[in-house]
Design a protein around this ligand. Structure first.
Ligand code: IPM
Ligand code: MG
Length: 370
């Protein structure tokens, strides 16, 4: 039997509650479908800081490097607002991305029909929305050096971050975007700021070259990232796949997320390059929402983004396509049935807590898998 090794890093805030609902799905797949998942657990973010004084321990980093896939909850909270910058909760996530070389971040923004009314845009603009943001995740201004605050000695300080991209980094993220476009609407829109940034000029050129060389069957457009942000809220359905750098991708994916009705709905996958020998990619799956400390521990958090992240894990790490489809369908069915957590509550629906939402999705998944 295949074994599939998962490392669960629930993290802080609502992370553990949301992860508990995924654990139930894993247990069901093991018990009734011999899925062969093994799970190990670790700490990340504030909880790791409390236990080890680091945002993730070396031991847990080793586990992450050895796992077939990492499931990540959320990190951060006011409790750790004043910890040193190097060990702040987010540092754990950034270290995982960097050390696992997870350069490709896939952020789908799908508007479930049942939630179109919850969008901040008019329902007709978002109904049926299905876009995929492919964000570069291990380069750009997040990691470029120098990155520092220097004392200028005249009472002034200077904060420096460096936006830097090499050809290979742009080529490989463009390749991921084109490959994924072929499995969907076959269109890619690349976003940068070549009108003010040298890295944008290079980005534009390398994406165009990569397209010409290997992917001329895919339709390619370019947009300046500010105009792209505007188009995303004006007419989001014009997009299929958007490929962009680390910082623009961070911002544009939050915008795209809100279009769908709730930040609590969206999953993401962060993938490395396929291993030359085994073809396997390192991978981490996480909900786009944060740790939501204000509602943590109350049993009211929406576990859908975490469960949908596990569906992405089934699809991208284990090629369990039917299972992934069924889990996504289960989520849509439960929403169609009018079951809602507080964040997506609407008139005439039934409000439930985290556990009940997880149970409802598991029941639908079980039915669809029969
Ligand atoms: C995200 C988050 C992270 C980022 C933070 C928590 C470091 O906003 O995954 O979008 O900026 O990448
Ligand atoms: Mg973000």
């Amino acid at each position: 039997m295949t074994t599939r090794n998962l490392l669960l890093l629930p993290g802080d805030g609502i992370g553990p509650e949301a992860m508990a609902e995924v654990r139930k799905i894993i247990a069901y797949m093991n018990a009734e479908h011999d899925a062969g998942f093994t799970t190990d657990e670790g700490l990340v973010g504030g909880s790791a800081y409390d236990a080890h004084g680091a945002a993730i321990s070396e031991g847990d980093m080793e586990k992450a490097l050895a796992a077939d896939a990492v499931l990540f909850g959320a990190v951060g909270g006011p409790k750790w607002d004043d910890v040193p910058y190097e060990v702040r909760p987010e540092a754990g996530l950034l270290r995982l991305r960097k050390d696992l070389k997870l350069f490709a971040n896939l952020r789908p923004a799908i508007c479930y029909p049942a939630l179109a009314a919850a969008s901040s845009l008019k329902a007709e603009l978002v109904e049926g929305l299905d876009i995929l943001i492919v964000r570069e995740l291990t380069g750009g201004v997040y990691f470029g050096e120098p990155k520092e605050i220097v004392d200028l000695g005249n009472g002034q300080k200077r904060g420096i971050d460096t936006q830097v991209y090499d050809t290979y980094e742009i080529e490989r993220i463009a390749g991921v975007a084109f490959e994924l476009a072929r499995t969907r609407g076959n269109r890619v829109c690349s976003m940068e700021k070549r009108n003010v940034m040298k890295s944008g000029v290079l980005w534009h050129q390398v994406v165009s070259d990569t397209h010409k060389r290997n992917y001329s069957d895919v339709a390619l457009d370019h947009m300046l990232a500010d105009a792209g942000g505007m188009q995303l809220v004006r007419a989001p359905k014009q997009f299929d796949v958007i490929v962009t750098d680390n910082l623009f991708g961070d911002m544009l994916s939050d915008v795209a997320a809100m279009l769908t009705g709730s930040l609590g709905m969206l999953p993401s996958a962060s993938l490395g390059a396929p291993d030359a020998r085994t073809g396997k990619r390192k991978a981490l799956y996480e909900p786009v929402h944060g740790s939501a400390p204000d509602i943590a521990g109350k049993g009211i958090a929406n576990p859908i983004a975490m469960i949908a992240s596990f569906a992405m894990c089934l699809r991208y790490s284990f090629n369990l396509v039917r299972e992934a489809d069924n889990l996504e369908k289960a989520i849509a069915e439960v929403l169609d049935g009018g079951i809602r957590t507080g964040d997506i509550m609407a008139e005439g629906c039934r409000q439930v807590g985290t556990v009940e939402m997880g149970d409802a999705i598991l029941a639908a998944f079980r039915r669809l898998s029969a």
